[in-house]
Design a binder for this molecule. Structure first.
Ligand code: R2B
Ligand code: URA
Length: 302
């Protein structure tokens, strides 16, 4: 596969523009990005979004909003008088407030539309980050985890979806250079570890992640521990619910991407999230801090 500008293991497209692998789109009078409430003719997407460099996605509106304020502070970006952060998609800034809900279907819909948005807006070489939470495997709560690759429940680095009733499998690859760069931005003074490893993506939080505390459970604690220990042996460091689609779709679109999650529970020690909210809030800032360091360094080097 050809290598592109700044793309280490994704696809190459001229000038770094995001290309769509769908000939239908160019034939349409207008492409309506329904879930983003945007259209390729109703909005000037190039003017609004053409200068985007980074897309940061998270599951909860609060986390994403917090990140937007945090990164503005970090890079010294001021909103024009009279505008607020909610106006951001109207006034063309470097980043936008995109949240997704929980799980692959939710992030999959959003990624379809955000990738199309990148294409219509003629964004060049964007970098996508997923900032999230996860359950650690032998990794204590508060640890930041950088995904080397996303794997499914069969531990294959492969996103499977049904297209016209047939299973299609796509590689769930993340950018290796970006991972190394992020890893290098961990400071030794940080009061937590930053580790790398494989991330397992599941379709369910409870039985699907081997929890004993869902509404349904038909396995024993010994079976659960056996399962989780085996995951650890296979190099899985955390479990969450979006990484497969995120990795596979950004890779297929030739977009460099990384997944930065914090562990909110060590699954080898328990299932329930006991940690007080204030502590969880502080932990959830950690992936944001790492991504902010990357963005700041990028802006300084420009
Ligand atoms: C992490 O946390 C959520 C479940 O609590 C899910 O969206 C995920 O990937
Ligand atoms: N998110 C998950 O999907 N699993 C966990 O254990 C914690 C957060």
């Amino acid at each position: 596969m050809e290598r592109g500008r700044g793309i280490t293991d994704g696809r190459c497209f001229p000038e770094g523009f995001v290309q769509l692998q769908n000939p239908n789109i160019e034939l349409m009078d207008q492409d309506i990005l329904y879930h983003l409430a945007l259209g390729s003719e109703s909005h000037d997407l190039i003017e609004m979004f053409g200068d985007i460099k980074f897309v940061c996605m998270g599951g909860t509106p609060k986390r994403v909003e917090q990140f937007a304020y945090y990164i503005m502070e970090e890079i010294g970006h001021k909103l024009p008088t009279g505008t607020t952060l909610q106006d951001i998609s109207k006034f063309s800034y470097r980043y936008s407030m995109y949240k997704h809900g929980m799980g692959i279907p939710s992030v999959g819909i959003l990624l379809n539309e955000v990738v199309k948005l990148m294409h219509h807006a003629r964004v060049q070489d964007p970098i996508f980050f997923r900032i999230g939470t996860s359950g650690g495997i032998g990794v204590e709560g508060g640890t930041v985890i950088l995904s080397e690759e996303a794997v499914n429940e069969q531990l294959e680095p492969c996103y499977e979806l049904s297209v016209l009733g047939k299973k299609v499998r796509r590689p769930a690859k993340l950018d290796k250079k970006l991972l190394r760069e992020l890893k290098s931005l961990h400071h030794k003074e940080d009061p937590y570890d930053t580790v790398t490893g494989k991330t397992m993506c599941t379709l369910d939080f409870y039985e699907g992640q081997g929890r004993l505390d869902g509404a349904f459970c038909h396995f024993t604690e010994a079976e659960k521990m056996d399962y989780l220990q085996n995951l650890k042996t296979e190099g899985i460091v955390n479990i969450e619910m979006e990484s497969l689609a995120f990795a596979a779709m950004t890779h297929a679109a030739g977009i460099r991407s990384a997944i930065v999650c914090v562990s909110i529970v060590d699954r080898l020690k328990g299932d329930q999230i006991h940690t007080p909210k204030e502590v969880l809030d502080e932990w959830q800032m950690r992936p944001q801090q790492l991504v902010a360091r990357y963005i700041k360094r990028y802006l300084q080097m420009k």
